[in-house]
Design a protein around this ligand. Sequence first.
Ligand SMILES: *[C@@H]1O[C@H](CO)[C@@H](O)[C@H](O)[C@H]1NC(C)=O
Ligand SMILES: *[C@@H]1O[C@H](CO)[C@@H](O)[C@H](O)[C@H]1NC(C)=O
Ligand SMILES: *[C@@H]1O[C@H](CO)[C@@H](O)[C@H](O)[C@H]1NC(C)=O
Ligand SMILES: *[C@@H]1O[C@H](CO)[C@@H](O)[C@H](O)[C@H]1NC(C)=O
Length: 507
Amino acid sequence: MTYSKSISGLLLFLALGEVTKIQAAYSSLLFTEDFFPLINSRIDPIVNPGKVSGHVHHVVGGSAFSASMDYASARQSKCTSSNLNCDLSNYWTPQLYYKWRNGSYTAVTGDGMTNYWKYPLTNVDETTPFASIPDDFRMLAGDIKRDDYDPNKAVSWLCVDAQYSYDYTDYIPMDRECLTLRPQLHFPECWNGVDSYKEDNSHVAYPIDANPEGGVCPDGFKKIPHLFMESTYHIKTENIGEGYEWYPGCFVLANGDNNGFSFHGDWLNGFPTNFLVEAFDQCYDKGVGEFIKDCPYITQFRGDIGRDCVTEGDVIDELIGQHFPIPALPGNNPEYNSSIYSDNYPKGSIPGYTEQASIVKASDATGGFCVTGVCTDYVGGDVVAQDAAAAATTAGTGTGTGNSTAGMSSSVAEVPDATASGPTTADSATAGTATGISFSDSATATTSDLGLDATMSILPISSIEPVDASESLPTLGAVETSAAPASTTSHRWGGSRWSNRSGKRRL
Ligand SMILES: *[C@@H]1O[C@H](CO)[C@@H](O)[C@H](O)[C@H]1NC(C)=O
Ligand SMILES: *[C@@H]1O[C@H](CO)[C@@H](O)[C@H](O)[C@H]1NC(C)=O
Ligand SMILES: *[C@@H]1O[C@H](CO)[C@@H](O)[C@H](O)[C@H]1NC(C)=O
Ligand SMILES: *[C@@H]1O[C@H](CO)[C@@H](O)[C@H](O)[C@H]1NC(C)=O
C-alpha cells in the first residue's frame, strides 16, 4: 500500500477547469478563509493571558491580537489578515524553525493559514442543529503534551517532496526533504454547551469514533462547526536563509519538539455573534443536501486578503530569528523528541533560565509583526537589529546548553547599536521578495481572483497562476478529489493514512 500520490493528476485536473467536480465533493464544506501572517511572537492570550508565553506562535487574524484580550477587544480590530473581513478572530500555532548544523535556529517564513469551515453531515443526525457557541468562545486543537500517535487524528504533516509526491504523517518526515511542509489541524467539533473555555480544554471534545470528520459527539456534547486549519511552509533558501540544506531532524517547532506530535493550535473567536450557525442556516440547502454556491451570507463579507493588516496589539521585545539565526529557541525550550519512545524524551528545561523578555505595545515597536506576509524581528527599545555575526559572537555558540536564550536577549540588549534603527531593510527585502507566499502576485489577488464564492477558494490560490509545480499544493480539495475517482470514500482527508491504523504502529 502506498501512501503517496502524485500531484500531476491534480494539475491536469485543474487545467481542465473541472471545478464543479471539486465543488460537488464538498457537501460538508461551507466556506474557506485565507490568511496572511499577522505576527510571530511569544503571545498566547488563551493559555498565558497577560504574560510572555512559552514559545513563539505563528499568528493570523484580527489586528487587536494581544497578550490580554477577549471577544470584545477582538471585535475592536481595525482589520484582519483574512479574506473574510468579518472574521476578527485570532488563530495561532507554534512557529516552525530550521536548525542549522551549528545549532542556531531560523524561523521559517510561513504563508499564513487557510481555514476550512465544515459542517459535518456524515455520521450525524442532520436534524440536530449546530449549537451556537458563545461570543467569548476559545479552544485548543491538538495537544502540546502529546507523546505518541494521536487517537483523535487531529494533527497531520503534509510533505510534498522533490518528485511532487505528497503524503501525510503524524510527525515531521525524517526520510526525505519536503519542498512544502504543512502541519494541519482538526479542531474539536463537539462542545459541552456551557463553557466558553476551560483551562484543560475539556469544554470541547473530538468525536468518539476517532474520525475527525463528522463523527459522533460524546454524550452531553453538542456538534459545532468544524474548523480544519492548514499552516503552510515552503521549504526553500529564500524562506530560511543562504546555506539551507535539508538533513533529517533539521526542523523543530518553537516549543522544542523536533518530532511534531505536539503540534497544536488555538482559536479565539472574533466572528459576529452567531455567525457560524447563521451561515449554516442561510447557506445549507436542505432539499439538495448541499451548501448553496455563492451564498450571499458569506460573500457579503468577502474582501481582499488582509495583506497589509498590521497588528495593533502587543509584541514581545525579543529577537525570534526571522532574519538571521538565533542561538536558542525563545523561551525555556531546549529541543526534545515528542515520541515517548525516543531517547530525547521528555522535554527538559534550560537550567537557570530566567525570562528576560516582556510585553510591549506594537505601536512602540518598529518590528515584530508581519506586513504583506513578510515578518520583521522586533527592533524597538533596547533591542537592536544586528547581523548574524553579531548575534553569534554576543550570544556565544548557544546550542541549547546553559543559559543561551537568556544570554541572548540580555546580550542583544547590550549591543550598542549594530545596524542602527529601523528594520533591517536588506534582510527583509530578501525575505520580502520571496516569502514563499504562493500568491506572491497578490497585488492582483483580489476578491474575484480568490473566488467570490466560498467553494471556489478551496482551490490552491497558486493554481490561479501557477509559478511552478511545487507551489501548487494539494489542498484539502486535491486530496479528496484525487482519491474520489477510486471510490475510496472512506479515505477522506488523508488517503490511506487514516484508513488502517492499529494504534500499535510506532515510529
Ligand atoms: C524521534 O523518536 C522516534 C522514536 O525513537 C524516532 O523514530 C524519530 O526519528 C525521532 N525523531 C527525531 C527528529 O529525532
Ligand atoms: C550557524 O550557521 C549559520 C548558517 O551558516 C550562520 O548564519 C550562523 O551565524 C551560525 N551560528 C553560529 C553561532 O556560528
Ligand atoms: C546561568 O545563569 C545563572 C544565573 O544567572 C548563572 O549562575 C549560571 O552560571 C549560568 N549558567 C551558564 C551555563 O551560563
Ligand atoms: C490493516 O492492518 C492489518 C495489520 O497490519 C492488516 O492485517 C489488514 O489487512 C489491514 N487492513 C486493510 C484494509 O488494509
